[in-house]
Design a protein around this ligand. Structure first.
Ligand SMILES: Nc1ncnc2c1ncn2[C@@H]1O[C@H](COP(=O)(O)OP(=O)(O)OP(=O)(O)O)[C@@H](O)[C@H]1O
Ligand SMILES: [Mg+2]
Length: 234
């Protein structure tokens, strides 16, 4: 079954039809490049797929359990947090478990060992471990370095980052979220050559599905196995 599908989508701004008769499906593991001339509607289609914009007509269906992650062409990350704190928000569940583990540890240290409390602790610790509890901080460091930040940048406030840096922060957060379907609208725009190579490597190992808008045919050719081309009226 498709994670994401459209049926006869049409979109129009005013009298201007951007595209019509778009019926597509995204399946597990699909690696799709979305191409088309400037203004052919690539960004509009991605926003509709992401559920951020309603099509003029037609339908979008999503598998309920499928998590869709979207990176805008000009992403903005509005946050008063530091760069590192912002990345931590992705792992709120693990951090909650971490706090609970600490609470249980204190309780265990205070009282004489209690069987059921110990069992509860072991279970939680196992969940925490399996959920990536020992790795998430290093994953954050890796991804931030990957998209081009220095270790010093991690403690900077998002509000103090440049537009390009915020766009890279948004990309980093999205990759850390590991959604089932990644919708990336020109993700390479704010990347230097090193970060671009890192992203290429990262996506080449990506297990989920993705749709990638890029004008960089070389980048696309190495990553995708299917091309969707938007032309007028299709
Ligand atoms: N909110 C809007 N209101 C009116 N027209 C719009 C709006 N957004 C986009 N358009 C127009 O719709 C057409 C498709 O725009 P869209 O941004 O989806 O194309 P695109 O393929 O992503 O272009 P690009 O390659 O430049 O990013 C363009 O002609 C654009 O000017
Ligand atoms: Mg666009």
């Amino acid at each position: 079954m498709a994670l994401l599908a459209t049926e006869d989508l049409m979109h129009r701004y005013g009298d201007e039809i951007v595209f019509e008769k778009v019926s597509v499906e995204v399946h597990q593991g699909d690696r799709i490049g979305l191409v088309g001339l400037n203004g052919s509607g690539k960004s509009t289609l991605l926003r509709i797929l992401a559920g951020l914009q309603e099509p003029t007509s037609g339908r979008v269906t999503r598998t309920r359990s499928a998590r869709i992650g979207y990176l805008a062409q000009e992403p903005h990350l509005d946050s008063t947090a530091t760069l590192f704190e912002e990345m931590l928000t992705v792992f709120e569940k693990l951090r909650e478990q971490e706090r609970e583990l600490q609470r249980l540890e204190q309780e265990l240290a205070r009282s004489t060992p209690d069987e059921s409390l110990l069992r509860q602790y072991d279970e939680l610790l196992e969940n925490f471990r399996r959920g990536g509890g020992y790795e998430y901080q290093s994953r954050i460091h890796q991804v931030l370095v990957g998209v081009g930040f220095t270790p010093d940048d991690e403690q900077k406030l998002i509000a103090h980052l440049s537009g390009g840096q915020r766009a890279r922060a948004a990309l980093a957060r999205l990759l850390l979220e590991e959604p089932d379907v990644l919708l990336l609208d020109e993700p390479t725009n704010h990347l230097d050559i090193e970060a671009l190579e890192w992203l290429e490597e990262y996506l080449s190992h990506w297990k989920g599905a993705f749709i990638l808008v890029s004008h960089d045919r070389y980048f696309l050719d190495k990553l995708v196995h299917k091309i969707w081309e938007l032309e007028f009226g299709r």
